[in-house]
Structures are given as C-alpha cells and as structure tokens.
Design a protein. Structure first.
Length: 103
C-alpha cells in the first residue's frame, strides 16, 4: 500500500492540486464561460465505467479461467471503455445539458 501511495497517488494528487492552483482545471477558472462541458465528461465516464464493468462481469462469469480468456476479457473491457469514452466525447451518452453562461 505504501508503494502505491508513494509512486502513484501522491504524484497524481500533487499534479491535480498544482493544475488547480494555476487555474487550469474547469471549476477554478475566473470565468464561468463554457462551464458545464465537464459534466459531459463526468457523466460519460460514469456511463463508460458502469457499462464496461457490467460487460466484464458477464464475461467473467461465462468464460473459463484461462490465460486466453483473461486476455479476451481485458480486450473487451478496454475496447468498451474506449468506445464509450469516444461516445461521451461526441455527446452521444445521456448527460445534463451544459449551461452556457458568460460572466
């Protein structure tokens, strides 16, 4: 656990805090122009992860425990994440409409 925090969590957390401090993240900008676009990405990622995990569960229950089956499950999971992520990027998944305010 200590290695995970040392090599993955703390550098990622530090990067996010730094980006927020310098105003690169969407919710920390001085203007609200275009705010709401990040909701599409958030809800898209929720849809992508939920559907991909359901697919993975279905194949985990049906495929045998072999190396080839594990690679197949991994490929299906990654492809599902990529396809649904692209659909979210294009705005094809359900999400609240963005609010377009210019302050």
């Amino acid at each position: 656990m200590q290695q995970i925090y040392h090599y993955a969590y703390f550098p990622l957390c530090g990067t996010i805090l730094l980006l927020g401090t310098i105003g690169v993240l969407p919710r920390v900008r001085p203007s609200t122009k275009g705010e709401g676009t990040e909701r599409r990405y958030f809800y898209g990622s929720v849809w992508a992860v939920t559907i991909s995990q359901a697919l993975l569960l279905a194949f985990w229950k049906t495929l045998p425990e072999t190396r080839a089956a594990s690679l197949t499950k991994l490929a299906i999971f990654v492809c599902s994440l990529l396809l649904l992520g692209f659909a979210a990027y294009r705005g094809a998944l359900p999400a609240p409409a963005p609010s377009f305010q210019a302050n």
